[in-house]
Design a protein around this ligand. Sequence first.
Ligand SMILES: [Zn+2]
Length: 253
Amino acid sequence: MRSIVTALAVVAALAIVAPAVPVAVSAARPVVIVQAGHLSPGEPGYLAQTGASGNPFGAESEFNRRVRNAMIRRLRAAGVDARPVPALVSPLGIAGATFVSIHHDSRGGAAMVGHAIRGGNENYYHGQGTGTGSPTPYRDSAPHRTPATTVSRGVERTSATTARRLAIALKSIFTRANGAQGRFRGVIPPNSNRRMNHFYGFYRTTAGSRVIVEVGAAPEDNRFLRKTALISRALSTAIIGDLRARRLLSRAP
Ligand SMILES: [Zn+2]
C-alpha cells in the first residue's frame, strides 16, 4: 500500500513537470511490403505465371489486388509504412520489416502459408515460368533480375514465426460458416513445396520476414474468397501483432 501511494505521488509529480506535448515514441515506422501475386507488371523469368482463375472476381490477380489494397489501408491506419507491389518487386532489393505475398490456390488446392527458408535458390522454370521449379536455371530459362537477395538463418526463423501467426489468423476465419469448403494446411513444412518456399519474391527483398499466403482455393472456397474485407482484416491484424511482438511497432499509432 505504502509503495502504491509513493508510486502515485511520483506519477503526480511527473505529471506536473511533464511537458504539455506528450512525448512520442520516435521509432521509424516499420515498412511492410504487400504483394498482389501475379498482378501486372510481372517479374522477368515468371511472366508466364499468370495465376489461378475462377474466384468471384475473375483472375487470381484481381482477388490478390483487392486483398492487398485493403491490407495496405489497414496497415497504414495502424502506423505501418505499407508499400503495395505488383508481381514485379520494386525497387529490387527493397528493405523492410516484412514481405507478404497474397495468392489463392486453384481447384483441389488449399489455404496455406509458406515462408522463406535458408539455403537453395529462387525457382527457375522453363522460359518465362513453365514446368517444374528448379534451384538452378534450365538452358531455356529466361534471365532473372540480379542481384538476388539471400535468406539467412535469422530470416528463416523470423519468417516461420510470422507464417505461424498468419496461419492462426487465417484458420480462425477459414470456416464453413464463412464459406470455406476446401482444405486448410496451415504453415507448410520447409521443402514441401518449392514453389512456395523458394518463391522469387523472397529473393527480391531484404525484409526481416518473408511469407506467402494462399488464402484458399477457387472455386471451392469462393464464398469465402468473396469476403475480402474479413480476409484483409485478419491478415493485417496478424501482421500488426507480429510487428508488435518483434518490437517494431508500438501499441498506439
Ligand atoms: Zn498465385
